[in-house]
Design a protein around this ligand. Structure first.
Ligand code: GLV
Length: 309
């Protein structure tokens, strides 16, 4: 069995050495833009070049080194029937839950106020949090959205979840489908976006959506930059409808140095770190699936490419 590793890591051996250990029966190659075809059976990829699918015509499946497969589906000549397998959790959901909790607490516990007081040697106690004033709405109820919703619900926040299809989750009020979006947004002060990026969800975080949230809303985007209409967020902040935004993903990454978001005290920026791809857990998952697929066993995480996730 031949495996081709195709990700722009300057040190691919960080991946290929453990892959060889986990799958000693495999021949492991690293993508070389100028090299010949290796006739790989499986490719392990992150945002691969289109040339991959021109050159490697014997692939049996492609494994994405991430949860979001928008970058892979955007490759123009991805063969339509080639199974695409996404990363399932692999330690990401817990990191996301932690990140979202942190960003929520910054707002609900007024942490910035206390940091500012410390800079001025001020001991002043503000009124305690009322959870009822911080209802959370989680957009997207996949592995990540569910974990985020459950974590916040366990801390007694009121949590609503919205997804395209029906879901049922303990302690979480769920909404399904476009018609229910308005009701979901109206009950939400802290909006957390964990949706996959598809044609339907691109630009979903726009001015119209922000206007339907409870006033003084908090927006936490851990999905994709393309979900957010950037100028609409700035307008909603200027008008006070959105009080604070925590953004981990951007239309252009790295975020350009002259981007207006950097200068806004209401916006907390992190460089796409809310859930890192953890190498050990990721490779354990992917190599186990490659072995199973090679042995003709069923595997989970195969993407519905028409649906986009
Ligand atoms: C990271 O953004 C991922 O999709 O896993």
């Amino acid at each position: 069995m031949k495996i081709l590793f195709v990700a722009g890591d300057p040190k691919p051996e960080r991946w290929t050495v453990p892959i060889r250990e986990l799958l000693p029966e495999a021949e492991v190659h690293v993508w070389d833009a100028n090299g010949p075809a290796v006739d790989a059976d499986y490719a392990i990829v992150w945002q691969p070049p289109a040339a991959l699918f021109e050159r490697e015509t014997r692939l049996k499946a492609v494994f994405n080194l991430g949860a979001g497969i928008d970058g892979l589906l955007a490759v123009p000549n991805l063969p339509p029937h080639l199974p695409v397998v996404r990363l399932e959790d692999a330690g990401m959901s817990v990191q996301m839950a932690e990140y979202v909790l942190h960003q929520l607490l910054e707002a609900s516990r007024g942490m910035e106020t206390y940091r500012e007081q410390q800079r001025q040697n001020v001991w002043k106690i503000h009124r305690p949090i009322k959870r009822s004033e911080w209802p959370v709405g989680v957009l997207g109820l996949g592995h990540i959205g569910k974990r985020v919703a459950r974590t916040l619900a366990d801390l007694d926040y009121r949590v609503n979840g919205w997804a395209r299809s029906e879901h049922s989750l303990d302690q979480v009020t769920t909404y399904a489908g476009t018609d229910s979006l308005h009701g979901f947004l109206g009950a939400t002060r802290v909006l957390v976006n964990t949706l996959p990026l598809t044609a339907e969800t691109r630009d979903i975080l726009d001015y119209r959506l922000f206007s339907q949230l409870m006033p003084g809303a908090v927006v936490i985007n851990v999905g994709r930059g393309e979900h957010l209409v950037e100028e609409d967020l700035l307008r909603a902040i200027d008008e006070g409808q959105v009080a604070r935004a925590s953004l981990d993903v951007f239309r252009q990454e790295p975020l350009p140095a002259d981007h207006p978001f950097w200068q806004r005290p209401e916006i907390a920026i992190t460089p796409h770190i809310s859930a890192r791809t953890l190498r050990d857990a990721t490779l354990a998952q992917i190599t186990a699936k490659i072995r199973a697929h090679h042995n003709g066993e069923p595997i989970t995480g195969i993407v519905d490419t028409a649906r986009g996730y």
